[in-house]
Design a protein around this ligand. Sequence first.
Ligand SMILES: O=C(O)CCC(=O)C(=O)O
Ligand SMILES: [Fe+2]
Length: 199
Amino acid sequence: MAQLFDKEIKFDLPDSDISYYPNFIEKTIADNYFYNLKKTVPWQQDDIKVFGKVYPQPRLTALFGNNGKAYSYSNITMHPKPFSKELQELKKSIELVAMTTFTTCLLNLYRDGKDSNGWHADDETELGENPVIASISLGQERFFHLRHKNEKQLKQKILLEHGSLLLMKGETQHFWQHQIPKTAKPITERINLTFRVVY
Ligand SMILES: O=C(O)CCC(=O)C(=O)O
Ligand SMILES: [Fe+2]
């Protein structure tokens, strides 16, 4: 079978298991996924509650899944739509690398540099004890920041490029938080897909 990716970059960070595959999806195929998902996904903007105040979430999202299980975070509960043919296809190729059978995909659309994703860990109970999170990036590259929850000097920045895969597993979500910060640079849109198992 053809290799879908040419290298794995493993981050040597304590209490974590994080790998980055820069060219997981070939450029022209990644371009096609981007345009197709941008056009066909029913993007929504939910309100989030932060310290008792309600704000529109600074990005658009969508949830797909095959087991009907809802996913809740930041006071939002999302109900999955059935996987499209292309998401199903993408899920299959990621499962080969992640060695996990995913049930659910959360999609994020960052419209410009003002869109972001605040510090958090993907540690909701419905994701299980040690979640495997497989994250695909399409379109505009953005920085992904990681910080250790207890040892504040431990941090890492990863540039998430078009067609890349970032894999987080093991105890990562217990010890590390991540974010996509805003940027003042004039930038274009990015789509992120995170495949997860929702129990
Ligand atoms: O956009 C990204 O790369 C990260 C998304 C994320 O952390 C999440 O949806 O939980
Ligand atoms: Fe996350």
